[in-house]
Design a protein around this ligand. Structure first.
Ligand code: PEP
Ligand code: MN
Length: 340
């Protein structure tokens, strides 16, 4: 349930609600908005909810108590009407400025990564992406450079000042990846790996949570709730295309789904048009659509020589095409009252 306090409720009134919740064995999460404070109560025994809700609604300073019927609450806008700012490096997602995370699908060599990092930084990217542990469909495909790749990412950050985002595939890697990365990416194939979600929920690093390609918006938000339920609300959601009957694109960019998610959750939402389309020729237009529609940013694959890439070459932009994309985005963002 959610306890909505009256505007300007006192600290003592808020504390009294928290005390009552603790007495009944509830966890809680306080969200302090500009106008009013909202308290989310978590994990109550089903049978007691009604009685506790009634008691709380009679406390002074409480405006109303709203039961939650949705399968997620910490990430719900009901609980927290304003978009939550999520910081990756110095950049804050969820504000006026939209952020572009760019870089190669996989880290392949030092030279490839440094070259890409310097280029995307100059073009205005706010973070560098690059996979060191790669979730490849075939066990025989390039699996990534592992720890060596993480070290290269750290070097690229040192050289460019860009924060780095990289995927963590397994619970046992979380500590290692978190040592190097500024934000941890949970890939589409791991969106429903609940132990991994809990594990990244316990660290103090932002998480980029990709939508599973066969996951509904509601399932995606529940995955985010897993991370949030462990205490980490620094989550950026990333729509990266879903499986449909359509084969003209690699996946189907579900912009409608991402917008529906935006109504439901206070977490910032970005899109990855590289994986969604699978085709570098479509990346710029799809990116423009996402920013025009109000998403908070993008994740885009860039490679100095896409024809030689060890993964996702066909969808990777050359540095030059990335420059063109950034120029397009500047105009689009401006048209919708935002900036890049
Ligand atoms: C990636 O970002 O390179 C990747 C593997 O993405 P996804 O998990 O969306 O397929
Ligand atoms: Mn990729």
């Amino acid at each position: 349930m959610i306890i909505v306090m009256v505007p300007n409720a006192t600290e003592e009134q808020i504390l009294e609600v928290v005390r009552r919740l603790e007495d009944r064995g509830y966890g809680h999460h306080i969200s302090r908005g500009v106008e009013r404070t909202i308290i989310g109560a978590i994990g109550a025994p089903e049978g007691e909810k009604q009685a506790v809700a009634e008691q709380l609604s009679r406390l002074s300073g409480v405006e109303r108590v709203v039961p939650i019927l949705k399968p997620y609450k910490l990430v719900s806008r009901e609980h927290h009407p304003e978009t939550t700012p999520v910081k990756i490096g110095e950049f804050v997602f969820g504000r006026q400025r939209v952020g572009v995370i760019a870089g190669p699908c996989s880290i392949e060599s030092r030279e490839q990564l440094m070259q890409t990092a310097e280029h995307v930084k100059a073009a205005g990217a706010i973070a560098l992406r690059g996979g060191a542990f790669k979730p490849r469909t075939s066990p025989y495909a390039f699996q990534g450079l592992g720890k060596e790749g993480l070290e290269m990412l750290a070097e690229a950050r040192q050289r460019t000042g860009l924060p780095v985002v990289t995927e963590v595939m397994d619970q046992r890697q979380v500590e290692l990846v978190a040592e190097y990365a500024d934000a941890l990416q949970i890939g589409a194939r791991n969106m429903a790996n609940f132990d991994l979600l809990r594990e990244v929920g316990r660290i103090e690093k932002p998480v980029v949570l990709k939508r599973g390609y066969a996951a509904t918006v509601e399932e995606w938000l529940q995955a985010a709730e897993y991370v949030a339920s462990e205490g980490n609300l620094q989550i950026v959601l990333c729509e990266r295309g879903i499986r449909t009957f359509e084969t003209a694109t690699r996946f189907t960019l579900d912009l409608g789904g991402a917008l529906a998610a935006k109504l439901e959750t206070h977490l910032p939402i970005i899109a990855d048009p590289s994986h969604a389309t699978g085709n570098h020729k479509l990346v710029s237009a799809a990116s423009a659509a996402c920013i025009a529609a109000g998403l908070d940013g993008l994740m885009v694959e860039v490679h100095p020589h896409p024809d030689r890439a060890l993964s996702d070459g066909p969808q990777s932009l050359t540095p030059k095409r990335f420059d063109l994309l950034m120029n397009t985005l500047k105009a689009v963002a401006l048209a919708v009252g935002r900036e890049v």
